[in-house]
Design a protein around this ligand. Sequence first.
Ligand SMILES: CC(C)(COP(=O)(O)OP(=O)(O)OC[C@H]1O[C@@H](n2cnc3c(N)ncnc32)[C@H](O)[C@@H]1OP(=O)(O)O)[C@@H](O)C(=O)NCCC(=O)NCCS
Length: 264
Amino acid sequence: MTVHYNRLTKEPYLRLPTPLSNIIITPHRLENIDETATALAEILNDPRVYPWLEGPPYPYQHEDGVKWIEAKCKENEDVLSTLRRYLEQREGMSNSKSAAVVSKQDREFIDTCPFTCIREVLEEDAASGAPLKDRLIGDMTLARYTFYEHPHDSEERSEAQRRNNELPTGDENIIWALGDFLAPSHHGKGIMSLAIRTLIHEWGIPHMNVRHLRCCAFQGNEGSLKVFERNNFERGVTLKDWVPVSESRGGGRKSIVLMTWRGA
Ligand SMILES: CC(C)(COP(=O)(O)OP(=O)(O)OC[C@H]1O[C@@H](n2cnc3c(N)ncnc32)[C@H](O)[C@@H]1OP(=O)(O)O)[C@@H](O)C(=O)NCCC(=O)NCCS
C-alpha cells in the first residue's frame, strides 16, 4: 500500500496498477491552474458528462474551475504539508532510488482525501519514473456522506449529516461517499473502475480508516452503476423523482439509485 512521492515536484500521488499505470491521482495544483480549469470546463460542459452530475455548475465556466482549484488547494494545504514532511523524512532515511512511499503503519489517520485529480502521464523521468508531464482527464472525491436517502433540504438529512460529521477522525462508524467523472475521450477503458479501487485501497482504508461507503447515481447511468458494482458496491433502492435538478440543467427532479459498499 503506497502513496508515491514525486521528488522533482514534491507532490504525493497515487498510481493505478498495470495495465493502467500511466494514470495517476494527484491533489489539485496552483502551478497549472489555468490548464486544469480549462480541462475541467471542457469535461463538465460535455453532454456525455454533465447530465449525469448533480453538483457542478452548468454551464461550467473557466472561472468556476479556478475558484474550485484554489479552494481545494487551500483545503488540502495542511494534509499535504504533513504528507510531504513525512515522505521527505522517509526519503532521508532511505538510499533507494525508487519513488518514496508511505505505509499505513507509520501514520495517524487523516480526515480528508487530497487525491482528486485523475491525470494521464505524458512524460516520465527516466531515472525515477516520476511523472514529468501529465494532463487532467477526470476527478474523484471521497468525502463524508450527505444522506441522499433523506429528502433534499429535510431536517432528517441535516441531522444525519451533523451526526456523521461530528464523528472524530479515524472513527470506523463514519459513512463516506464517492463521486466521480471522467473525460469522454477516456471512457470505457476501465480507468474509473481501477481508480476507485486504488483510492479505496491505497488511501481510504489505510489512511482514513474507511469502513463504510455509499454512493448514488441517476437512474439510467449504467456506466456509473457498473463501475461501483465492480468495486463491490451493491444496488439498493431507487428513489423516484428525488433529486432537484437546477434550471440550467433542465429543471425538474431525477430518480437516483443508492449503492452501498460491501467492504474490502
Ligand atoms: C461513469 C464513468 C465514470 C465510468 O468510467 P469509465 O472509466 O468509462 O468506466 P469503466 O471503463 O471502468 O467501465 C466499467 C464497466 O462499466 C461499463 N460501462 C462504462 N460506461 C458504460 C455506459 N455508458 N453504459 C453501459 N456500461 C458502461 C463498462 O463496459 C465496464 O463494464 P465491464 O466490467 O462489463 O467491462 C464515466 O462514464 C463518466 O465519467 N460518465 C459521466 C459522468 C458520470 O456519470 N459520473 C458518475 C456520476 S454518479
